[in-house]
Design a protein around this ligand. Structure first.
Ligand code: ASP
Length: 450
């Protein structure tokens, strides 16, 4: 059967949603409020307050200490207290002491980083399954990795389906799986999002709910725009553009499994469960036409870029000029972000990080390759992406963006609009970055709300 199952939701809860007994209670209430929330994917306990340390980080520390032959008992004790404390406060009979001792043994015997980190989700899954009265399904049995540590999609789908098929509900810990030889492998950080997406796809869920501590994807970074509005509906493509430019919402690899199966993702807030959150949908789904209220969907950006400016008279008639320059960067393994060109000028935007300690080499190699009249590097550039599927059908979007920047006397160093008309990328000086975001936000969002 390939149809989506209208009676199944897969729900993933992030670390802050399961950081304490109080948070566990909220999670239980959410799950019990909707019986179609049948498959639950938890993260490890996250931060309870801003200076708190995530369990995953403590486990990495314990493993590092163990590997260095240091005493890790204090670290393990903090971890132990956290789990036993949650269990006690919730009045659970499940005693994780043996499991925790076992982890201590394994660490002493040289357990891998992945094994250590995975225990955060494993133990939290055990607690949550007990608390909800759901079956615990060890991710090691159903999420399959090959010898290179890459996910084996079809094996994983088969294993998940055959294990979950006849279960009314289950808790499957996020973040890890195993190789055929049983060795535990984790995804990269934040990878429980991927586990949730895999489970949603395997059970052909109607929706993949990803519960976190914000009420959805915001139009702009709330550290820059106070009280930034929540995006109601965003397409996978738009989200990818925003994520690439620094918006942190979901693990990047979490999108592909559900996207391929046409399952929408709903980002929700555990602390405000009645907020509808953000729906992430396919571009061609009916929901993607849902009005966002404004032409743009979101604004994101990053600092830390530089521009390699190359000038040469008659550059336009020199065949192969761009290729030669790009070959230099390729040979130095430098990835390029954008490449605006003029008749006799070419600019390549790359990240500062990529150029670090190699500026002189880059310039001298470019000089050798194309003999330019001038080749300089300009630092302190920010890139900003204004993303919105609404731009395709709305004239004047670019004019509004640049008018808002012009009014703020912000100088635009580069403009790039992709052929999909989904986004406009703007290069600015670092000093103008925050103000530019605020101005564009206010042009599109505040003026619509007022
Ligand atoms: N607990 C893991 C981390 O902190 C995985 C996750 O939360 O998604 O990265």
């Amino acid at each position: 059967m390939s149809e989506l199952q209208l009676n199944i939701k897969t729900v993933k809860f992030g670390g802050s949603s399961l950081a304490s007994a109080e948070q566990f209670r909220k999670v239980k209430a959410i799950i019990e409020a909707d019986p179609t929330r049948r498959f639950v994917v938890p993260s490890a306990p996250g931060k309870r307050f801003s200076d708190d340390i995530k369990i995953t980080d403590m486990l990495y520390t314990a493993q590092r200490q163990a590997a260095a032959g240091e005493d890790f008992s204090e670290t393990l004790n903090i971890i132990r207290k956290r789990y036993l404390g949650i269990a006690e406060e919730l009045g659970l009979k499940l005693d994780l002491t043996d499991e925790l001792n076992q982890i201590g043994f394994r660490l002493k015997e040289g357990a891998t980083k992945d094994f250590a980190a995975s225990r955060g989700e494993y133990l939290n899954g055990k607690l949550l399954a007990e608390y909800l009265g759901f079956t615990f399904v060890d991710a090691a049995d159903v999420i399959c990795f090959n010898d290179n540590g890459t996910l084996m999609m079809s094996e994983t789908m088969m294993a998940l389906r055959s294990r979950l098929e006849n279960l009314p509900n289950a808790v499957i810990p996020g973040f890890y799986g195993s190789r055929q030889n049983g060795e535990i492998i984790t995804f990269s950080r934040g990878g429980s999002d991927i586990s949730g997406s895999l489970v949603a796809r395997a059970v052909r869920a109607e929706i993949y709910e990803n519960w976190t501590d914000v009420s959805g994807v915001l139009v702009a970074d709330p550290r820059i725009v106070k009280d930034a509005a929540v995006i109601n509906t965003i397409t996978y493509e738009e989200l990818r553009e925003l994520s690439y430019m620094g918006a942190t919402v979901l693990h990047e690899d979490a999108i592909f499994p559900v996207r391929a199966a046409g399952i929408p993702i709903n980002i929700r807030n555990t602390n405000r469960p009645s907020d509808p959150g953000t729906f992430i949908v396919a571009d061609d789904s009916a929901d993607s036409d849902a009005p966002t209220g404004y032409t743009i969907t979101g604004i994101a950006g990053k600092k830390g870029f530089c521009a390699i400016n190359i000038e040469k008279a008659m550059m336009n008639s020199e065949i192969g000029f761009c290729r030669k320059v790009l070959t230099v960067l390729e040979e130095l393994n430098i990835s390029i972000e954008h490449m605006p060109t003029g008749i006799d000028t070419m600019t390549i935007i790359v990240s500062e990080e990529a150029l670090k300690d190699r500026e002189k080499t880059v310039i001298s190699r470019i000089r050798k390759a194309v003999n330019p009249d001038n080749c300089t590097i300009e630092h302190g550039i920010s890139l900003l992406a204004v993303v919105g599927r609404g731009m395709r059908r709305t004239r004047g979007t670019a004019a509004r963006i640049f008018a808002s920047l012009a009014h703020a006397r912000i100088n635009v160093k580069m403009i790039d609009q992709g052929s999909s008309e989904l986004n406009i990328i703007i290069g600015l000086l670092d000093g103008d970055f925050e103000e530019a975001i605020r101005r564009i936000y206010s042009m599109f969002v505040d003026s619509t709300l007022s």
